[in-house]
Design a protein. Structure first.
Length: 521
């Protein structure tokens, strides 16, 4: 099924339901569908055919969802671009994806004028008329045609979303997510992540729609529930909490760093967030200490997901029911896990030769399901490497316990090898973050003439609290094997993070490894 039909069907059955709220602007499903249809017609008028690609570069706004759904309906690949990237990266993605049209919000007019010569294959830039003579006006493209559109008859493996990931090396890669993938993702959301999700639900988009939050919009639209889009350009905890209270928000996606910002903000106790049924977090590790604090402050609404661009939204999930603080050691241990595979997802652990490892043994996490991407756009080598033997190789290390819970340790490139021992930074981070003076921590391997690598913890402190390097190292020795304790601690104001709030370990490592060769590839 064309994933765009989710909107067509919701508009037919629930035309008056609130589809999108953005500041004081509100659109019903009938209005949202009509505008997406008009845009799909407009794109056809510009010569965009089924199978062509259209890039979308916008701050979160209703037009972003309209553009994505117009592309789905027209059978085009949509490429939502992360608005926080560098203009050079915008140009790379637009060129690499061979986008015919780029739809932007007016804030990007200037940037697009600057890179216009670098993206010669683009026929049209749709924005606001006054920006430049060569730009087309979004509303003019929209109103040019009828508000009826026959959703394209696609094949399930046609590309619906080209999801550019930062990748581990070199240029970003475009994960080809098909209509089948997005539909499987949607059905999984209803079955596992948010059972009972329906037209009365309200989803808040506080993270970029070009990534996780955009994925959530799809099941939200499929059930004619409301999408509340914040009109702020960055994550503002108080605004988020205020909106949850005002709109009676029931579900939201947040990266772990966003959850931390929410619970560290005094506003968490000022606003009523009891309407939240599922606060879905993931995309990066959530240390148990932070998770327990979030559970105490936000109540029984947390659900964890583990996924990646190549298998959107989720591979495994830790349900509401597993988020309990009942003191039972087996149950408490699960808080450190990424949960169990979703109902229709297979996960196993393999060694470097792709042999399946027994339960409890650490290796690379691989997965197989209808969620797994078709491959990387125009990159057969990377596709063959990542989709080896029919399984998606995630590049993440972990093990599965006797009950089927996945314990995700680290990306294989973050593994530290010291004196031939494999050391998983997450285990050490879980300890250090328990120290009351520590706000955030990242553990990395740094060059060591004797051991190959040694362990350094980069730490930021809670305001007005202090701890010395020796005290923190002693604190580790109390909790973990001596060989895993950091040899040094680096104190910093802030840890470097990427646009989605993930800690940039590569950047931290670079400082130490410049001019040297890491053992870890
Ligand atoms: P992206 O493709 O940008 O969404 O990044 C996906 C990567 O984020 C995964 O391969 C993991 O390394 C990491 N990740 C995603 N979810 C989790 C999670 N729940 N816990 C720890 N790491 C995660």
């Amino acid at each position: 099924m064309n994933i765009g039909k989710l909107l067509t069907k919701s508009a037919r059955t629930f035309p008056e339901n609130l589809a999108i709220a953005y500041g004081s602007r509100e659109l019903t499903y009938a209005e949202f569908n009509a505008r997406a249809n008009r845009l799909a017609n407009g794109l056809r008028g510009l010569g965009v055919q089924q199978g062509d690609n259209v890039a979308v570069l916008m701050y979160n706004c209703p037009e972003m969802l309209e553009s994505m759904f117009a592309c789905f309906k027209a059978g085009c690949g949509t490429i939502p671009i992360n608005f926080r990237l560098h203009p050079r990266e915008f140009a790379f993605i637009i060129n690499h994806s061979e986008a015919k049209v780029v739809i932007i919000s007016p804030e990007f007019n200037e940037v697009l004028v600057d890179i216009r010569d670098d993206i010669p294959q683009v026929s049209y830039i749709v924005s606001e008329a006054e920006a430049q003579e060569s730009f087309l006006d979004y509303d003019a493209v929209l109103s040019a045609e009828s508000d009826r559109f026959e959703d394209a008859d696609i094949a399930p493996d046609d590309v619906a979303w080209l999801f550019y990931t930062s990748g581990t090396t070199g240029q970003p890669k475009g994960a080809m997510l098909t209509h089948r993938n997005l539909l499987a993702m949607t059905m999984n959301f209803y079955a596992d992540m948010c059972p009972g999700f329906g037209p009365n639900d309200v989803a808040l988009h506080a993270a970029p729609l070009s990534h996780g939050s955009g994925c959530y919009a799809i099941p939200t639209i499929g059930k004619a529930a409301a999408n509340v889009i914040l009109d702020t350009k960055s994550f503002e905890p108080e605004q988020v909490l205020k909106t949850i209270e005002a709109r009676r928000v029931t579900t939201m996606f947040a990266a772990p760093t966003m959850i931390k910002l929410l619970i560290d903000n005094p506003a968490v106790d000022l606003y009523d967030h009891s309407s939240l049924k599922s606060l879905n977090y993931g995309g990066a590790p959530m240390l148990v200490e932070d998770l327990m604090e979030a559970m105490a402050k936000l109540g029984p609404c947390l659900v964890q997901l583990y996924g990646q661009a190549e298998s959107p939204m989720t591979i495994t999930y830790l349900s509401h029911d597993d988020h309990v603080l009942n003191g039972d050691p087996a149950q408490m241990k699960r808080l450190a896990s990424a949960g169990i595979p979703r109902t229709d997802v297979e996960v196993k652990i393999v060694d470097t030769d792709d042999n399946e490892l027994p339960l409890g043994e650490m290796g690379e996490i691989v997965t197989r399901s209808d969620l797994v991407m078709r491959g990387y756009w125009r990159d057969p080598e990377a596709t063959a490497e990542t989709l080896r033997n029919g399984w998606l190789h995630t590049g993440d290390m972990g093990y599965i316990d006797e009950s089927g819970y996945l314990f995700l340790m680290d990306r294989s490139k973050d593994l530290i090898i010291s004196g031939g021992e494999n050391i998983y930074p997450r285990e050490i981070e879980e300890v250090i973050v328990q120290h009351p003076a520590v706000r955030e921590v990242a553990v990395i391997g740094v060059p060591d003439p004797v051991w190959g690598e040694s362990i350094t913890a980069v730490v930021s402190l809670v305001a007005e609290k202090e701890v010395t390097e020796t005290e923190l190292i002693d604190f580790c020795t109390e909790h973990i094997a001596r060989y895993k304790r950091p040899k040094s601690i680096d104190f910093v104001e802030e840890l470097p993070k990427n646009n989605y709030g993930k800690i940039l370990k590569r950047e931290l490592r670079d400082k130490y490894w410049r001019g040297k060769t890491s053992q870890v590839i």
